[in-house]
Design a protein around this ligand. Structure first.
Ligand SMILES: [Zn+2]
Length: 182
């Protein structure tokens, strides 16, 4: 993962300090350390949400990185798993309408990790899709190629990337934010 090469453009603590209030909860896409480092700046006790089974993933990569993951989650509220339910249209393996008003959806897109979760958000700037590492590069998105390294189930990852790309194709106004790139 080359964490030593990761560049922090804005530390989460600095960004949070400019916000009108504290964070009420954290939605994680998955529990790889390069997606958790900001948690150190989130107040103790803040509830944290992720996909099912994510905390228990004991893939080889996590054996090496478990201490980073444990450190990131230390002091936070209990890690809650999204209670994914099958979605009637079959567009995704599971979805959760987080606030019950259609403003924020957790989409279950396992493959990179078993609990990988994308988020579909209605924002004041329009609809936004956060893919997490279901797709981490622009090239992968444009060429329909799922992440290779550090993924636990490549066929399932490919299938769920296809689901996300279908969603974006059906909604051309969707602002797609990839795991590692704009
Ligand atoms: Zn990852």
């Amino acid at each position: 993962m080359h964490l030593e090469a990761m560049k922090i453009h804005v530390a989460l603590g600095d960004w949070l300090a400019a916000q009108p209030g504290p964070v009420a909860g954290v939605f994680l896409t998955h529990l790889h350390p390069d997606h958790l480092t900001g948690l150190a700046d989130v107040a103790a006790g803040t509830p944290v949400f992720a996909g099912p089974g994510e905390a228990g993933e004991r893939a080889l990569v996590n054996l090496f990185l478990q201490s980073n993951i444990d450190r990131a989650l230390a002091g936070k509220g209990p890690l809650a798993a999204w209670p994914f339910a099958a979605e009637a249209g079959g567009a995704f393996e599971g979805v959760v309408d987080i606030f019950g008003d259609g403003s924020a959806w957790a989409l279950w897109v396992p493959g990179h990790t078993g609990g990988s979760t994308a988020y579909l958000l209605r924002t004041s700037g329009g609809p936004v899709l956060l893919t997490g590492d279901a797709c981490h590069t622009r090239w992968g998105w444009d060429h329909d190629v799922e992440p290779g390294s550090f993924s636990s189930d490549l066929p399932r990852s490919a299938g769920n990337l296809a689901r996300l790309r279908r969603l974006a194709a059906e909604h051309p106004g969707l602002d797609v934010r990839l795991g590692h790139q704009r």
